[in-house]
Design a protein around this ligand. Structure first.
Ligand code: 4NP
Length: 158
């Protein structure tokens, strides 16, 4: 992106649960910190699972409801797939789990500039973000994402 902001892309498999939750969590933390002029945040999928004829699905309702419980709206967000050009556009490409990281490196042709990271690696307790697709537990996913985004923002503010 041709701007002087720090551009962050959150990435998961479908872009309907974890990475949109991270996108809107991070945007809120940035807004509350008064840092909106310093960051650009988006999210994308590694797969086309949630994209049909080029049109992405909206955020999965339980993920949308979890965001709403924290006062956040994801209105208008639809799933998009990341591509190799995103590696040049973004300063940081943040995956939710190790499978995401593997797929991101495949899409980007590696990670020559060290831009691809695991969200929870910014915390004192690195692990994959809990995947609510299988557990149905969106609250635990939110807690991971909130912790990870706070840690990421703290690192970038330093
Ligand atoms: P997300 O969740 O990667 O957190 O958006 C999933 C969405 C779709 C599928 C799996 C996980 N799927 O298999 O279609």
């Amino acid at each position: 992106m041709k701007n002087d902001k720090i551009n962050i892309l959150f990435v998961c498999l479908g872009n309907i649960c974890r990475s949109p939750m991270a996108e809107f969590c991070m945007k809120d933390l940035i807004k509350k910190a008064g840092l909106e002029d310093r960051f650009e945040v988006a999210s994308a999928a590694t797969s086309t699972e949630e994209i049909w004829n080029g049109i992405g699905n909206p955020v999965y309702p339980p993920a949308r409801e979890e965001l709403a419980r924290h006062g956040l709206s994801c209105e208008g967000k639809r799933a998009v797939q990341m591509n190799r050009e995103d590696y040049g556009k973004y300063d940081l490409l943040i995956g939710m789990d190790h499978n995401n990281l593997r797929n991101m490196r495949r899409i980007c042709g590696g990670d020559p500039e060290g831009k691809i990271h695991l969200l929870m690696d910014y915390t004192p307790n690195p692990h994959d973000v809990a995947d609510p697709w299988w557990t149905g537990d969106f609250e635990t996913t939110w807690q991971d994402i909130d912790e990870g985004c706070r840690a990421l923002l703290a690192e970038l503010e330093m």
